[in-house]
Write a protein that binds this ligand. Structure first.
Ligand code: SAM
Length: 238
C-alpha cells in the first residue's frame, strides 16, 4: 500500500508509466520525508484518478517514479466556486488553502472598491492549492483565475449559477435559505466590506442571493471558510 504521501504530477497515469517528479518534489521525497527507492507513494493528475507509484530512483536532486496500479478512479469535485475580494498576502494564502481543502473547483480573486491589494502571485496561489489538494486527498486542483473587477465578475458570471454574496448587517437571510444545493459560488467582500453602491449592483443581478453568516462580523477569510462549509453541507444534503 502507498503511504500517506501524495503528489500531483502533470503527466498521464497508466500502468508502467515513468514520471520525473519536479525538483521540489524530489527534495520533499528525499530530504524531507527521507524516502528511499522502493517506497510507494500515491500520485494523481486531475484526470486519471489516484495511482500507486514506486520510487524507482532518487539521487543527486533527480528522481523517477514508476506508476503501478490505480487506487481510485477520477471523481468530480463538488461544483462550488469561490470569488473573494483580494486580501493581504497571508489571508489570501489562507483562503486558497482552505477553499481547496473544502473542495472548491474554481477560485476568482476580485477587485472591489475597498480591496486593499491589487496584485496576487498566481503561481504562489497555485502552489498552495496543489499542497492542499495533495494533503486533503483531492483528485484535482482548483482552477485559479486572474484577478478581475467585481463588475467584470458579474458580467461574466454564468447566469444559471447562483452567486451567494455574503453580506453582514444587511438583514439578509441565512445562507441556507437561498441556494437549494444547485451549482453555486460564494462571494466574500474585502476587510472594509462592500460599498452601498456595490450592494445595490449585487442586488440587481437575478443570479445573486444576498446571505448572512450570523450575527458576528467575521474576518473575510473566516467568512470564506464558513460560507464554503455551509454551502458544501447544503449541497450534500440537497
Ligand atoms: N468592515 C465591515 C464592517 O465592519 O461592517 C466588515 C467586513 S467583513 C470583515 C469582510 C467580508 O466578510 C464582508 O464583506 C462579507 O462578505 C463577509 N462577512 C463577514 N461577516 C459576515 C456575516 N456575519 N455575514 C455575512 N457576511 C459576512
Amino acid at each position: 500500500m502507498p503511504g500517506s504521501t501524495r503528489l500531483f504530477v502533470p503527466a498521464p497515469l497508466r500502468p508502467g508509466a515513468e514520471i520525473a517528479p519536479s525538483p521540489a518534489q524530489v527534495h520533499h521525497l528525499g530530504a524531507v520525508l527521507r524516502l528511499k527507492p522502493g517506497a510507494r507513494i500515491a500520485v494523481f493528475n486531475g484526470a486519471d484518478g489516484e495511482w500507486q507509484a514506486r520510487i524507482a530512483m532518487l539521487a543527486r536532486g533527480e528522481g523517477r517514479l514508476a506508476v503501478e496500479e490505480q487506487r481510485r478512479p477520477q471523481e468530480p469535485e463538488p461544483d462550488l466556486w469561490l470569488a473573494f475580494a483580494l486580501l493581504k498576502r497571508d489571508a489570501t494564502d489562507l483562503v486558497a488553502e482552505k477553499a481547496t481543502e473544502l473542495g472548491v473547483s474554481a477560485l476568482f480573486p476580485v477587485l472591489t472598491a475597498r480591496t486593499q491589494a491589487s496584485q496576487v502571485n498566481l503561481a504562489r496561489l497555485a502552489a498552495i492549492a496543489q499542497g492542499a489538494a495533495e494533503q486533503s486527498e483531492r483528485l484535482s486542483l482548483p482552477a485559479i483565475h486572474p484577478p478581475r473587477t467585481l463588475a467584470r465578475l458579474l458580467a461574466e458570471w454564468p447566469p444559471e449559477r447562483r452567486l451567494v454574496a455574503a453580506v453582514e448587517r444587511a438583514g439578509a437571510p441565512p445562507i441556507a435559505a437561498g441556494t437549494g444545493g444547485a451549482p453555486a459560488g460564494l462571494l466574500v467582500g474585502p476587510e472594509g466590506g462592500f460599498t452601498p453602491a456595490e450592494l445595490d449592483v449585487l442586488a440587481r443581478h437575478p443570479f445573486v442571493t444576498l446571505a448572512g453568516l450570523g450575527p458576528r462580523i467575521l474576518r473575510a477569510e473566516t467568512a470564506a471558510i464558513v460560507g464554503l462549509a455551509l454551502l458544501s453541507a447544503l449541497a450534500s444534503t440537497a
